[in-house]
Design a protein around this ligand. Structure first.
Ligand SMILES: Cc1cc2nc3c(=O)[nH]c(=O)nc-3n(C[C@H](O)[C@H](O)[C@H](O)COP(=O)(O)O)c2cc1C
Length: 192
């Protein structure tokens, strides 16, 4: 990409936010299924794929859904710092996000997330056994999606660091954006 047409810092952030917004609406986007990193109780890193359910660029908040019985929920309760990672080979763009999460199981955020979820998604939370529980054989699916409400948790992450990397044969570009507790942003180019 010629230097004059390469994105500036403001455009890089716009592209990153557009990628996240697209990840919510486009099920084929790699940003629809980022990897969520948490810190396990013994301090080890812990990674898994999740679905990006919502993103608001104005507040830098994104939302994922999970099961209150899952190991990741316990990990986030103990250590609310988390990270998300996704790479889009079509646009050669990697996003690394870090932030803090809040967990919502019985407030308006949880209720709104639940009622706007598809029935097939709700079924996940109606399973009789907790995610990760040992099974002698694969379980048949539950038949009452509403039964999953008590296990449903909306995880809201506020991004406080966004690392944008664009792979480009003419020169890779990488920018880091950080926000302090007042919302003030710092943006800088960094070595790829
Ligand atoms: C494409 C895909 C999407 C997934 N989405 C979610 C999700 O949104 N929430 C979730 O809790 N688990 C999701 N999972 C399952 C997790 O990756 C993981 O296996 C499970 O939640 C248990 O994680 P844990 O033991 O770290 O809690 C998804 C898996 C795949 C392959």
């Amino acid at each position: 990409m010629p230097a004059e047409s390469a994105p500036g810092l403001t455009q890089a952030l716009d592209l990153a936010f557009q990628a996240l917004a697209g990840g919510v609406t486009d099920r084929r986007s790699p940003f629809h299924t980022p990897a969520l990193a948490t810190v396990a109780r013994d301090g080890a890193p812990s990674l898994r794929t999740v679905i990006l359910r919502a993103f608001d660029p104005a507040t830098r908040r994104l939302r994922i859904h999970t099961d209150s019985r899952s190991p990741k929920t316990a990990e986030l309760r103990a250590e609310p710092r988390a990270a998300l990672l996704a790479y889009d080979p079509a646009t050669h763009t990697q996003l690394r996000l870090a932030g803090r999460v809040t967990l919502h199981d019985c407030d308006a955020i949880a209720e709104d997330a639940w009622v706007t979820s598809r029935e097939s998604s709700r079924m996940t939370y109606a399973a009789a056994l907790a995610p990760g529980a040992p099974l002698p054989a694969p379980l048949a699916g539950p038949d009452d999606p509403q039964a999953g409400r008590i296990h449903f948790v909306a995880v809201v992450m506020t991004i406080d660091c966004l690392d944008w990397l664009l792979l480009d044969p003419a020169g890779h570009r990488r920018a880091r954006f950080t926000w302090d507790e007042t919302g003030a942003m710092r943006a800088s180019w960094i070595a790829p």
